[in-house]
Design a protein around this ligand. Structure first.
Ligand code: ZN
Length: 350
């Protein structure tokens, strides 16, 4: 008999003996082992990050060259939050820095803006001339920190009725709340910002179209941050333009006639979408807007603090490498540049 078989038989006999002598202890041990194996399987298939950013290192851009009227610097703060700076005026797109953990979300624990995290991040990117904050929709990963940032910067909050209720809950004065209006462009310094009605990416959990109907006070569970309508922002500077699309979906025809030099494209959920959906989405965005460069956004693990870097989204939420590969194939086919921004990295748009 091979040694390994003899060892297995011996182990089985010893285990059987242990169960006979200590039945309760053995059952407890078996339960613990089963739980550990189950947790291990959940970690591998659901919670683990869906890929490694190192595999996409060639796409990383960090060009803090600065802004000078003709150029605009855009700096990432993770997820879809971007600081847009023409050297005089700054605009923020979305407002989410506070690390709200996976457990907070899973257990429905109430969360609040963490001033230290927000201050550290805004200091790091030199956000000291922010005049306006535009929020693409009012889920927590776009709008959690809007009230605190409005207070800190003195900026006006531009958002849906739901987003304005998040700001009201944080006591932002009414004269600094502006309702998004797709019919009217907004001038901020030398920027002109046009709001374009859009649609949230398909959410398996539902909740599309839900609204926040009264001031939302913190702390509040993540689930209290209802979508409240989804919008894209076309930010035009005198010599360049950028389209910020926070969520991977679209209203047919909404981007007809829209051109932008840079497309900040929210790809959250795209890694799990049907191929036909991805193709139609990229036709409606890259194919229509025809940018010189695409900067994918909303690909990082939104439960990981931004100052710890940007790991890819967890398997539970998305298959980020698949989303990257889909967008990469499209930009290659169209002869369009592509760049990824790590946390606090910048790109200069010409
Ligand atoms: Zn959302």
């Amino acid at each position: 008999m091979p040694d390994i078989s003899r060892f297995a038989l011996g182990l089985r006999a010893r285990l059987a003996g242990a169960v006979r002598q200590h039945p309760v202890l053995s059952i407890a041990l078996a339960l613990q082992l089963t739980t550990a194996v189950a947790l291990g399987a959940v970690w591998q298939t659901k919670i683990r990050h869906s890929g490694d950013l190192n595999d996409y290192r060639d796409l990383l851009v960090d060009d803090p060259g600065g802004s000078s009227g003709a150029t605009v610097k855009v700096t990432s703060l993770g997820t879809t939050m971007m600081l847009v700076d023409d050297g005089t005026t700054q605009i923020l797109i979305d407002a989410f820095i506070t690390p709200a953990g996976l457990l907070d979300a899973a257990l429905g624990r109430p969360v609040s803006t963490d001033p230290d995290s927000v201050d550290t991040a805004l200091d790091k990117v030199g956000a000291d001339r922010v005049r306006a904050i535009f929020i693409s929709h009012s889920h927590h990963d776009h709008a959690l920190d809007v009230a605190y940032i409005a207070h800190r910067t003195g900026a006006t909050v531009h958002g849906s009725p739901s987003t304005l209720n998040i700001a009201r809950g944080g006591n932002v004065p009414e004269d600094r709340l502006a309702l998004l209006d797709p019919e009217k462009s907004v001038t901020v310094g030398s920027f002109t910002v046009r709001t374009i009605a859009s649609k949230h990416s398909p959410n398996p959990m539902g909740g599309e179209g839900a609204t926040i109907d009264k001031p939302l006070l913190q702390p509040a569970p993540i689930s209290a941050y209802k979508e409240g309508g989804t919008y894209d922002f076309l930010v035009a500077a005198p010599e360049t333009s950028m389209l910020f699309k926070g969520s991977a979906n679209w209203i047919p025809g909404a981007l007809a006639g829209v051109h932008a030099d840079a497309l900040f494209l929210g790809i959250g959920g795209l890694g799990r979408a049907e191929q036909s959906f991805s193709k139609d989405f990229l036709d409606a965005t890259i194919g229509t807007v025809q940018p010189a460069i695409v900067i994918p956004t909303h690909w990082n693990d939104l439960f990981c603090p931004v100052h710890e870097g940007l790991p890819l989204q967890r398997k539970l939420i998305d298959n980020t490498p698949a989303a990257f590969d889909t967008v990469l194939a499209r930009t290659k086919a169209d002869g369009v540049d592509i760049g990824l921004l790590e946390a606090f990295a910048s790109i200069t748009i010409h």
